[in-house]
Structures are given as structure tokens and as C-alpha cells.
Design a protein around this ligand. Structure first.
Ligand code: 6R9
Length: 584
């Protein structure tokens, strides 16, 4: 069933953190938002203090902060007081090794409890934390650690030997390597983290940090060049906190599951910081995606707010809406998704499978937190990313005669831009002043995404600015074409690109992966072409469709259209350090 709009009822509004949201919240200010947190004496601010110790001070130490579910279903619970003690120990370990304020502490860990303790313990010590995705191979790890001048690395012995030890001597800055899952004799130049933790005191005074002190370093990839290290400061916690309330509707009694890995920014901002500052209970699953397992976790842990990604939703969709019906998911009250376009089909599937829409929201590594969102209190328009959060001014802009101009006409396409000034905005691309400066013009931060805004202020994603197709004078958003093909029951995934065409400038071509059990055939290809043509009209529909077993995706699940294009045209593949293995 197709939905134009999913209306929210008074019940949906009641108790929602933004129950009065009408697109023009005027009472909001970042100063007020900051006042929701405690801060440190003399106008200091520390993310870890706000996430953990603040609650212990306020008498909430006994509350469950983190429930960790191991691959083998082992459960480990950490109350806020336990987290405070563990992070204190970790901070003392850092101190013992002479690691101090501003030093770069990296992690290369799966979703193990040590990762969460290390992140919060490093911040508590005033150090800068940089989480690396554990599925990275040696090269991307090395590049990221070199750019950030890593002084400390927390990793497992196995990862160390395989991914770090071979090149370690080339990185002079790396002095301390702390190992989890460590054998009796740790390799030369490393320490057993477990032993160091056991020997450390569980009392520690949070190191004083100023709101503008660097806290987190997250790497992101551009179209070209080295990975970019987006610098985030302790003040970001103000945005992590309120965006969690507004966009994810987090209350203190929530059981929240963010399925993202902390190696990507969603897994840090919303997989560590935001649920904890909001005093919720967060679930961490060590295992990789598995549909039955996920439904079981939602059911058994009585998850109330679930933050996931379109790729996961598509994978669940592939298996059908009958499976979730076998589980009691009655605790679930909000589902949200981020990271890539959520096709209207995905939202409709949420209605079918859960009786609830999936609330899309938009942000980037650079913005540090959610900027645009479908709120719990607000009608959902499937396919739209929602509206800007309080405190965020968004706009659609274009360059005219070298100047940046705002486009106010509804549904006109331009670059999505934001007025800088929210606390979690990146402060720099580390050591890349020029690249950073290029992101700003005319008083706007330019996101590199193309979007449209409708008359009600809802934003609609079109594509990355370098992915949009111009065919016979028409600007065509690949997302629009992909969405149409996704509607077809045989289609699992689609990537659409523009190929050079002598007549039309560019020609739209779609690459389609079919649902399991469906055979590619010429008849099906024609059927899909016909389906798209019918849905989109001849000017927009793809002229060609090719079947692929899998589409190239980043490890965070975004289809790499650029790579489809490079392969089609025989061009260099560029930076593929984030490419997901294509065997799957
Ligand atoms: C949080 C995160 C950012 C890019 C962004 C855009 C795409 C994110 C989206 C979306 C369509 C959404 N993106 N959310 N596209 N709809 N709701 O994903 O950060 O990894 O830096 O990616 O992802 O292109 O510019 P990051």
C-alpha cells in the first residue's frame, strides 16, 4: 500500500518531546539547551561527565545504562555507577601511561564493552577519542592514525597482530597499545588492558575541559583525496543531548537500540553519547546483522526506540513482513533511520511490519548530530527526511554568478545548506584548512547534498551533488529513479547513475540486485524498464537496466554510485577504503 502521508494522532503527540512541533519552535535557544546539562566548574564541559557521572551524582547510579549482548547471547549489564567506575579505571590507566589532555586515543574494536569504556574513559581524561571501524584493513587504519597523530591504540591482540603490528614502526607518535583478548605474553610494545584495568583505581576526577576543547575525531571520505578528520569538541554534547530528545524522542525510561557501529559517527553520537546523557538504557549487540536475532532483541529487551539504517531495513524487507509478526514488538514506539535515502517503500513496509512508520532523519559526520528529522509528533511524508530541528536553520541554495543564493520556491532543487553555529558542528578537518574552508560560502555550510523543500518545510533528498544526472535538459535525482524501481516486488537494491550520452548529455542507467530466489531475465528487464517508465515518465526513466548480484556499498551501507560509474566507464575506482566486501 502506498502512503502520501502518515498522520499522527493526539496519542502520538502526547508525551513526545516536541509535542508542539509546528516547524517554527521559537522558544528554543542553544543557551537553554546547554542549561539542561550540568557542566563542570568555571564554565567547563565534558561529554563523559554529562553522559555518566552526572547521573551518579544525581542519585541515578543504580539505573541500567548499558546492556551488552554478546555474540553468544551472554548478557553484561552496566549501571551508570558501573560505567562511572569502569571509565574511571580506564582514565587512570591512561594517566599511568602519561596520556593526557588533547592526546589522541584510538580504538580498533568490535562492539565490545571495552570500546564503550574506552570512549568515555578517554574523554574523561581530556583526551581525544577516535573510533575506527573494526572491519577496516591495515591501510585505512594506518592512514587515519597517521592523520590524527595517534598516541594510544586500544585493540584486540588479534587485530593488533594482523592490522597494526606490520606497520607500527612507521608511526612514531604511537606510544601506547592496550590489548583486549590478550594472551599471557602480550606482543612486544603492548600492554594487557585487562591487567592494567584491574590494577587501576576506580576513583578519578574528570579532567577539566572547555566546551571548545577537541573531544572526538571522526573520519569521513570525500570524492577524492585522503580521508578527512572531522574535529568535534566537548560542546557537541549539547546537540547530542537535545537532538536525542527531539529527533529520537528519548526519555529516561526508554530502552534504546542504535544498531550503528561506533566506528561510524552515528554509533558514537547516538550509540554512546545521546542515550546516556538522556539517562536511557542502551542496548549494544556485538553480533552482525541477523534478521531473526534483531527481532528477538527488539522483543526480549523490550526496545522502545530503535535507530537503524535503510540498508538494514531493506534486508529485513527482503525477508518479508511475516517474520516480525511472529514476535511481540509491542514495546516499540519509535523507529528512526539515517545514513542514506529511505525510500517511501521502506516507510510503507514499517507500517506493514510494525504498524509504525520509520522516521527518516538526516545528518553527516560534519554536523555531528541530527539536523533534519521526522519527529514523533509530526506527520510523516514517506520519502522525506523531515524538517530541521529547533536551533537549526536549513536552506536550499544555488550558486548564481559566483554568489550563493537561497532558493525559496517549493520543490526546487539545490544544495542543502545549513547556517553554522550549532554545538556539534565540526570545527575543522584536521590539518586541512583549505578543504574545510571550501565547505562554507555566503554564511552557509554547504553539505554537498542536493535536496528540495516543499511548501510545508519538509526536506526531500535528491542525491549527492556529484551524483545528480542531467538528461535532455532535465535534472534527474537518482533517488527518485531508485525509489520507483524499489517499488517493484522483484527488486532488492538499486543504484542509478548517469552515463555520458551524445544526444541527451547523460543517460540514466540502473543497476539492480534482485531479491533472493528471483532470476534475472530479459523479460524481467523489460518489465522493470516498463514499470519505471510508467511511474516516472520517459524523460526520467532509465534507458537501460543491468542486473548485478550485489551492488558496491560502503561498509556503512551506502550504494557507491561513483564506483558503479567508474566501473562502467573503465575509470579509476578512486578511494575504495570504505568499500564493503562484495562477496556478501
Ligand atoms: C549520519 C551519516 C552523510 C551523508 C549525507 C547524505 C547521506 C544521511 C540521509 C542521507 C538521504 C538521509 N545521508 N542521511 N541521505 N537521506 N536521511 O550518515 O553521516 O556517514 O557522514 O554520511 O549520508 O548524502 O551527506 P555520514
Amino acid at each position: 500500500m502506498a502512503w502520501d502521508r502518515i498522520r499522527k494522532t493526539p496519542q502520538d503527540r502526547a508525551g513526545a518531546c516536541l509535542d508542539d512541533y509546528d516547524g517554527c519552535v521559537t522558544s528554543f535557544s542553544w543557551t537553554q539547551a546547554r542549561a539542561l546539562l550540568d557542566g563542570l566548574p568555571k564554565d567547563g564541559l565534558n561529554i563523559s561527565y554529562e553522559a555518566v557521572d552526572r547521573h551518579v551524582r544525581a542519585g541515578r547510579g543504580g539505573k541500567l545504562a548499558l546492556r551488552w549482548i554478546g555474540r553468544d547471547d551472554e548478557i553484561r549489564d552496566f549501571s551508570y555507577a558501573d560505567l562511572a567506575a569502569q571509565t574511571n579505571r580506564f582514565a587512570n590507566v591512561l594517566k599511568r601511561f602519561g596520556v593526557s589532555k588533547g592526546d589522541r586515543v584510538y580504538s580498533l574494536l568490535g562492539r565490545s564493552p571495552e570500546l564503550y569504556v574506552a570512549a568515555l574513559g578517554a574523554l574523561k581524561n581530556g583526551s581525544v577519542f577516535s573510533p575506527l571501524f573494526s572491519a577496516f584493513g591495515p591501510e585505512p587504519i594506518k592512514a587515519r592514525m597517521a592523520i590524527g597523530g595517534a598516541r594510544v591504540l586500544i585493540t584486540s591482540e588479534a587485530f593488533y597482530l594482523r592490522k597494526v603490528e606490520p606497520w607500527r614502526r612507521e608511526l612514531d607518535s604511537l606510544e601506547v597499545v592496550l590489548l583486549t583478548e590478550c594472551s599471557a605474553n602480550p606482543p612486544a610494545g603492548t600492554e594487557d588492558l585487562g591487567a592494567a584495568m584491574a590494577a587501576a583505581s576506580d576513583a578519578f576526577e574528570t579532567v577539566w575541559t572547555a566546551p571548545e576543547d577537541m573531544a572526538l575525531l571522526h573520519f569521513t571520505s570525500g570524492t577524492t583525496g585522503r580521508p578527512k578528520g572531522a574535529v568535534h569538541v566537548h560542546d557537541a554534547v549539547v546537540a547530542h543531548h537535545v537532538t536525542g530528545r527531539y529527533a529520537l524522542d528519548l526519555h529516561a525510561d526508554d530502552i534504546f537500540w542504535c544498531t550503528a557501529d561506533p566506528g561510524w559517527i552515528t554509533g558514537t553520537s547516538y550509540g554512546i553519547v545521546s542515550p546516556l546523557t538522556n539517562a536511557a538504557t542502551m542496548i549494544v549487540d556485538q553480533a552482525e546483522f541477523d534478521a531473526e536475532r534483531w527481532y528477538r532483541i527488539l522483543q526480549d529487551q523490550k526496545v522502545t526506540v530503535w535507530y537503524t539504517a535503510p540498508t538494514a531495513i531493506r534486508m529485513l524487507m527482503k525477508l518479508g513482513a511475516d517474520i516480525p509478526k511472529r514476535f511481540d514488538l509491542s514495546s516499540l514506539r519509535l523507529i528512526a533511520s539515517v545514513g542514506e535515502p529511505l525510500n517511501p517503500e521502506g516507510v510503507a513496509w514499517g507500517m506493514e511490519a510494525f504498524g509504525k512508520p520509520i522516521h527518516d532523519n538526516w545528518w553527516q559526520t560534519e554536523t555531528g548530530g541530527i539536523m533534519i528529522s521526522n519527529f514523533r509528533s509530526m506527520d510523516v511524508k514517506p520519502g522525506s527526511m523531515g524538517r530541521p530541528l529547533p536551533g537549526i536553520t536549513a536552506g536550499i541554495v544555488e550558486r548564481r554568478n559566483g554568489e550563493i543564493c537561497e532558493i525559496t520556491k517549493p520543490m526546487a532543487m539545490g544544495e542543502l545548506a545549513l547556517r553554522p553555529g550549532w554545538p556539534s558542528m565540526m570545527r575543522a578537518y584536521l590539518h586541512e584548512e583549505e578543504r574545510y574552508r571550501k565547505c562554507f560560502a555566503g554564511g552557509w555550510y554547504l553539505t554537498g547534498d542536493l535536496a528540495m523543500r516543499d511548501g510545508e518545510g519538509y526536506y526531500w533528498f535528491v542525491g549527492r551533488s556529484d551524483d545528480v544526472i542531467k538528461s535532455a535538459g532535465h535534472l534527474i535525482g537518482p533517488f527518485e529513479v531508485e525509489s520507483a524501481l524499489m517499488e517493484h516486488p522483484a527488486v532488492a537494491e538499486v543504484g542509478v547513475i548517469g552515463l555520458p550520452d551524445p544526444a541527451a548529455g547523460e543517460m540514466v542507467k540502473a543497476y539492480v540486485a534482485l531479491k533472493s530466489g528471483i532470476e534475472a531475465s530479459e523479460a524481467l528487464r523489460k518489465e522493470l524498464l516498463g514499470h519505471a517508465r510508467k511511474r516516472l515518465g520517459p524523460a526520467v526513466a532509465p534507458k537501460d537496466i543491468a542486473f548485478r548480484q550485489n551492488l558496491p556499498k560502503t561498509r556503512s551501507g551506502k550504494i557507491m554510485r561513483r564506483l558503479l560509474k567508474a566501473r562502467e566507464l573503465g575509470l579509476p575506482e578512486g578511494d575504495i577504503s570504505t568499500l564493503e566486501s562484495e562477496e556478501r
